[in-house]
Design a protein around this ligand. Structure first.
Ligand code: PGA
Ligand code: ZN
Length: 409
């Protein structure tokens, strides 16, 4: 049973303050959960509770008082009762009262403490003994959009090491490509261009999508991985969309013209994955593009914000074949599990994802393995807040002999 719940103001990877919650049982078991933070957030996400100066002291106060009082003596194994109580304490649709950051950190801390109290791994507690696969990593090795200081409108250029025998092999191939990419940039533009963006990818001061794709594709080819490693993009296009117009590559495009824009790129490059190609309200154009691009997993992030209501709409309209899952977009793990169940029932591929502002908490690695997600998206193979997730999967792979999902996709 839960004895005590406490909040802490800690730092995220951008040096912003975020909330950590620690749960302790009467049996003396204790564990923590951290709230990550997005920069290119969907408008329908759970709201973060923040002080005027960006701190989270009010969120910490709520954890120490309201949440601690409400959840004291709860069975730590009853995640659903815990999460329902958090929902009731908040009482709003978007968790604006006590904050989605407050609720998700608490929800994660409770689940981790529960697993620890049973002395089992988090992923086993989530998924049971039938866990077989490690997910495919989506590695964002070149950053643009709101995550970088350059002019690239597409937020993420991703490599997908699909055809490998193990998660480790896939990951280590990615580091070869990542280094090759840095070498290429140094050669073509100079070393000063190899600075990193928020998710650990390089962020060269380029302007055009094709220039970035060309760099990434060349790095894949020069490393000898063509045909094994594919390309993905997160356009996060709500951030360059305004009043019916997408502004990209120094030009203006109508929504219909954007369909051809992406289709042309998918013709020229091996694009297996495409996230948020249209603004977060355009369910219909997502569907048109997905029906055109049979070999690309069109995916909704801001489109769905891990919320079953919007996923239902996307399923009805056949908007995408993939969905991002970010627990902090919805605010509790129970809601996240419901969301994943709905996606799976409808054969929508699941991409468990970090945020651009992360912490060293590697819980989402266990979440991805536990729910047997198809992919995990957690940045470049560099910077501790990103590598902590990848390294955790390496550990699980070796300790439990899990198979790599890549070749089955
Ligand atoms: P965010 O971006 O964490 O800054 O929202 C990640 C994404 O758009 O996938
Ligand atoms: Zn995204």
């Amino acid at each position: 049973r839960i004895k005590k719940i406490r909040g802490y103001q800690v730092l995220d990877s951008r040096g912003n303050r975020t909330i950590r919650v620690k749960v302790e049982t009467y049996g003396g078991v204790s564990d923590f959960g951290d709230a990550p933070a997005g920069a290119s957030k969907g408008t329908r996400e759970a709201v973060e509770l923040r002080d005027k100066d960006g701190g989270v002291t009010e969120a910490v106060r709520i954890v120490d008082s309201v949440i601690n009082d409400a959840l004291r003596d709860f069975d730590v194994l009853n995640q659903l009762a815990v999460d329902r109580t958090l929902l009731k304490l908040d009482g709003t649709v978007n968790k604006s009262r006590i904050g989605g950051n407050t609720t998700i950190a608490t929800s994660i801390a409770v689940l981790k403490t529960a697993a620890k109290s049973l002395n089992i791994e988090y992923f086993r507690y989530i998924g049971g003994p039938k866990t077989r696969y490690t997910p495919i990593p989506l590695l964002n090795i070149l950053n643009g959009g709101l995550h970088a200081g350059n002019m690239l409108k597409i937020q993420e250029f991703i490599i997908i090491p699909k055809d490998f025998d193990s998660f480790s092999d896939a990951l280590f191939a990615s580091t070869t490509i990542y280094k090759k990419l840095k070498d290429l940039i140094t050669e073509r533009y100079g070393k000063i261009y190899t600075a990193l963006g928020d998710e650990g990818g390089v962020s060269p001061p380029l302007e055009k999508t094709r220039d970035a794709l060309d760099l990434v594709y060349t790095a894949i080819k020069n490393s000898g991985y063509e045909g094994q490693v594919y390309i993905g993009m997160d356009a996060a296009s709500s951030d360059f969309y305004n009043d019916g117009v997408y502004e990209i590559d120094g030009k203006k495009y109508s929504p219909d013209e954007m369909i051809d824009y992406y289709a042309n790129l998918a013709n020229e490059y091996p694009i297996l994955y495409l996230e948020d190609p249209f603004n977060e309200n355009d369910f219909d154009r997502f569907a048109t593009l997905q029906s055109k691009l049979k070999n690309t997993i069109v995916t909704g992030d801001d489109l769905y914000t891990t919320n079953v209501e919007y996923l239902k709409k996307g399923i009805e309209k056949k908007s995408t074949t993939g969905t991002i899952v970010k627990p902090n977009q919805i605010g509790t793990l129970s809601e996240t599990f419901d969301y994943i169940e709905l996606a799976k029932k409808n054969s929508i591929k699941i991409i468990v994802s970090h945020r651009s502002g992360e912490t060293e908490d590697h819980f989402i690695a266990d979440l991805a393995v536990g729910v047997q997600s198809d992919f995990i998206k957690t940045g470049a193979p560099a910077r501790g807040e990103r590598t902590s997730k990848y390294n955790r999967i390496i550990e699980i792979e070796r300790d439990y002999g899990l198979e790599y999902y890549g070749k089955r996709l």
